[in-house]
Structure formats: structure tokens, C-alpha cells
Design a protein around this ligand. Structure first.
Ligand code: G4F
Length: 326
């Protein structure tokens, strides 16, 4: 988002990040010296800190990407997810309403809010049926944004974004986990070393994946309409984890017609000759799964003039290429 704003607008970016004793700023390292980029300490779960920051900075826009985004950890840290993904939104809305009501506000919503879906594709009218503490917190945030918009006339929106990936994706999310492992296994096989197979959970979950870079423009368009409205951003294409695995290995030279899925359930394996490339580890199964997500982003395409540029295959290849290069 910061890259996009620095390249396409003349705004000053005040970037808030939680203070850590050992910094984790790899994805923004290249921006630190930019005179239009200012990094400040900000903990969105601390109401006073949020209020003081908005009071001091008087932002024209406030974009909240500070949620905990890993669904898998939300069962072990449910309170933390409610505080960071829901209460934090309340603190931000209240501070904006009190000190800078002209500020345009964006909160990152999620297709996880649709959860145990009733129909496909899911549009903005699909009911919320979350399956995780993460999803429940995001639904709560969604209602808060709507209530503050309707009660106080704030320009506040929550885009509902389907999965968005890329070369800066965290390594515990399934796409990056796969592409990193494909790069590692490819190198280890070429070097004739022993290697550990990639371990995954549910291979049959289906997701609507896009390139995060494409979504940034959609978010900025959502923030700059005449009146505030929530939109879905999605590729409108759905693929299983299994297909992602096949395409990623295929691109690295393990042709799909020379590989084979063998066994079933927790004994299923993806084999290339005698080599096991992928095996199941039940520890990656979730207590409740969102089996299928497929978006319908027609209103964003028609009303905002937005559309994604990168399709599924290009995304897989871009991520594998990057990880092999690294
Ligand atoms: O990559 P994931 O962890 O992403 P998930 O849960 O769909 O959430 C992402 O997208 C949401 C939008 O829909 C965002 F709101 C959220 O913040 C995040 O960005 O898992 C995708 C699927 C799941 O069905 C999971 O069970 O992959 C399945 N999976 C199978 N094996 C695995 C694994 N997921 C992970 N992380 N690790 C595995 O080994």
C-alpha cells in the first residue's frame, strides 16, 4: 500500500507498526529513507495510543492493515484476535469521530466472514457465517464500521477481500509455504541432497486467490468515491490447495504428468518417482474449516472500474520464480 501511495499520490505516509525489540521490517526496508515515509510506533490494541496518534497526525486517510491475519492461530489466541481485529477498529473509529471526522477510513475485511458458505460465488450480500475466532472478529469489525458510518456520517468502509498473495506473503500461509518448499526441494534434489517433504493439512479446501498488488488499487478506489460503500475484491476464480501444489511443482520442473497423488486421507502423498514431495501432517488441519471461497467482485469491476491483472497461474509462477531466485 505504501509503495502504491508513494508512486501514485503525493501524500505523506505515516506508517504505524507495533514496537518490537527485534525489528521485523523487511517488507518496508526500502522505504525507510524516503522523505515522504515516516515510521512510528503504534499499537492498535492500545486505545490511548490510537487516540493520541490520530489526534497528533490528523490524517486525511486511515488504512487499517494491522489485524492478526493468520486464521490458523486464532483458535489458540482468540482474545488477542478479538482485541486486535475488532476492538482496535472501535478505538480507531471513535478517535476519528472525535478528532478528525473528515478522515476517510478503511478496514481490511475478509472473505473468512462468509465462512460456511450458503452459495457460490459469494457477493457482498452473502450472510456472515464465520468458522474461526478470526472470522468472528472480522464480522464484528464489519458491523462496527457500518454502525459508525450510518450513525456519524463517517467515510468508513470495510472491503471484503478474498485471499491475496505475493512475494512478500508470510511463510506460514499455505501459498508461500508451498512456493518456499518447492524452491527448497528443487535445490536439494539438484544438489543430490536428502530432503524433507512439504507437510500440509487439508488439500481439498478451495480458495479464490489473487495478487495482493492488484488489490491495493481497489482499496484506494474504495476510499475515493463520492460516498462510502463496501465492496468485494476477488479474482472470481477458485482452485484447491492440491491444484496450487501441482502447478507450483510443475513450474519448477516436476511435470504434473510425471507426478502422482498416492494413498488417501492422512496417508496421501504427492510423489515424483520414488521421491515424496508432499505428505499430510494432521497438525495443519483446523478445528473448523472454510471449505470453499469464491468471490463475485462484479460491483467493484463495474462501479470502481477495477479489475485484477494477474491470474491464478501467473500468481503461482511469480511466487515460485521469486522463491527459486531467493
Ligand atoms: O493460507 P491460509 O492460511 O489462508 P486462509 O485461512 O484462507 O486466510 C487468508 O485469507 C483470508 C481471506 O479469505 C484472510 F482474511 C486471512 O487473513 C488470510 O490472509 O489457508 C488457506 C487454506 C485453508 O483452508 C487451510 O486449511 O489452506 C489450508 N491449508 C492446508 N494445509 C493450510 C495448510 N494452510 C496453512 N496455513 N498451512 C498448511 O499447511
Amino acid at each position: 500500500m505504501a509503495d502504491y501511495l508513494l508512486n501514485n499520490t503525493d501524500h505523506l505516509i505515516v506508517a504505524g507498526a507495533r514496537r518490537l525489540s527485534v525489528k521485523n521490517h523487511k517488507n518496508i526496508e526500502h522505504l525507510i529513507e524516503n522523505p515522504r515515509f515516516k515510521l512510528i510506533d503504534l499499537d492498535v490494541a492500545d486505545q490511548l495510543n490510537v487516540y493520541d496518534t490520530i489526534h497528533k497526525e490528523q490524517p486525511d486517510y486511515f488504512i487499517n492493515f494491522a489485524a492478526n491475519s493468520f486464521v490458523g492461530s486464532s483458535w489458540t489466541m482468540p482474545v488477542n484476535h478479538m482485541e486486535t481485529n475488532a476492538m482496535a477498529v472501535l478505538y480507531q473509529l471513535e478517535a476519528i469521530n472525535k478528532c478528525q471526522p473528515k478522515c476517510r477510513y478503511y478496514n481490511a475485511g475478509s472473505s473468512e466472514q462468509f465462512g460456511n458458505v450458503n452459495y457460490a460465488p459469494q457477493d457482498i450480500g452473502h450472510p456472515f457465517k464465520p468458522r474461526s475466532p478470526y472470522g468472528a472478529a472480522k464480522c464484528s469489525a464489519h458491523h462496527l464500521v457500518k454502525v459508525w458510518r450510518e450513525s456519524f456520517g463517517l467515510y468508513a468502509v470495510q472491503g471484503i477481500l478474498f485471499n491475496h498473495e505475493g512475494v512478500r506473503r508470510g511463510e506460514e500461509f499455505v501459498t508461500r509455504k508451498i512456493t518456499k518448499a518447492v524452491a527448497r526441494i528443487t535445490n536439494e534434489i539438484l544438489d543430490l541432497k536428502d530432503f524433507k517433504p512439504l507437510e500440509l493439512g487439508n488439500l481439498d479446501a478451495k480458495r479464490d486467490w489473487s495478487d495482493a498488488e492488484d488489490f491495493i488499487e481497489g482499496i484506494w478506489l474504495m476510499l475515493n468515491q463520492e460516498s462510502p460503500k463496501d465492496y468485494v475484491l476477488s479474482s472470481n476464480e477458485m482452485h484447491s490447495i492440491r491444484e496450487f501444489v501441482e502447478e507450483a511443482f510443475n513450474f519448477a520442473g516436476f511435470a504434473t504428468d510425471q507426478c502422482e497423488w498416492k494413498g488417501c486421507g492422512i496417508y496421501e502423498k504427492y510423489m515424483h518417482g520414488d521421491n515424496t514431495l508432499v505428505q499430510i501432517n494432521p497438525k495443519f488441519y483446523r478445528p473448523a474449516e472454510v471449505e470453499l471461497l469464491l468471490g463475485d467482485s462484479t460491483p467493484a469491476r463495474e462501479e470502481l472500474g477495477w479489475k485484477p491483472k494477474t491470474n491464478f497461474l501467473e500468481l503461482v509462477r511469480k511466487m515460485v520464480r521469486n522463491d527459486i531466485k531467493q
